[in-house]
Design a protein around this ligand. Structure first.
Ligand code: AMP
Length: 191
């Protein structure tokens, strides 16, 4: 059975950093919808153009756009040992679509692991990242705050969606990269 993990948490909680380390350790593939959109935008594709205005404001890209892109990505790697979903699902309809997509392959999510970090720490981390990431949505405090608000309102219910299936757990997202990585590995190894 393939191992599929949702790495969950607000913007700036360290999902991308940790997903790359998990990918290296477990040989499962990271799918970051944010990275996919940034790639599309940098190549001026139709998909990139659709996402651009939402991303600039820190709003969510409409579900049907994200879900279509995600399906293509999953279907493009049938040989993968599993996936680490990073930044997806961000709404309940996205979670339902993901479950359906996996169910059609007789597969399912193994675990949702949430990284917990205080709002103050998130804002500091994102502003710091904005100095070098070239991401305009990381450089403006108002947009950062909006991304955190959107997370709380639209995305955090996804934790409960998987918790109801006994699949959600939280890990302290503050510490060194290796400390946090070890906490995540403990969770994954217990699946
Ligand atoms: P991220 O790199 O995960 O912080 O995502 C950057 C931006 O891409 C978000 O603020 C959204 O505008 C958009 N985005 C990424 N993933 C999703 C998703 N699953 N649903 C909707 N919008 C998304």
């Amino acid at each position: 059975m393939r191992k599929h993990i949702i790495l969950f948490g607000p913007p700036g909680s360290g999902k991308g950093t940790q997903a790359k380390k998990l990918e290296a350790k477990y040989g499962i593939i990271q799918i970051s919808t944010g990275d996919l959109f940034r790639y599309e935008m940098s190549h001026d594709t139709q998909l990139g153009l659709k996402a651009k205005a939402y991303m600039a404001k820190g709003e969510l890209v409409p579900d049907e756009v994200v879900i279509g892109m995600l399906k293509n990505k999953v279907d493009a790697s049938p040989e993968a040992k599993g996936f680490i979903f990073d930044g997806f699902p961000r709404t309940i309809p996205q979670a339902e679509a993901l479950d359906q997509l996996l169910e059609a392959k007789n597969e399912k999510i193994g675990r949702l692991i949430a990284l917990t970090v205080s709002d103050g720490e998130l804002i500091n981390r994102l502003l710091e990242r904005g100095k070098t990431s070239g991401r305009t949505d990381d450089s403006n405090e108002e947009i950062i705050q909006n991304r955190i608000d959107v997370y709380k309102k639209e995305t955090s219910p996804v934790y409960g969606f998987y918790d109801a299936k006994g699949k959600s757990s939280s890990v302290n997202g503050v510490g060194t990269i290796d400390e946090i990585f070890n906490r995540l590995c403990e969770e994954i190894d217990s699946i």
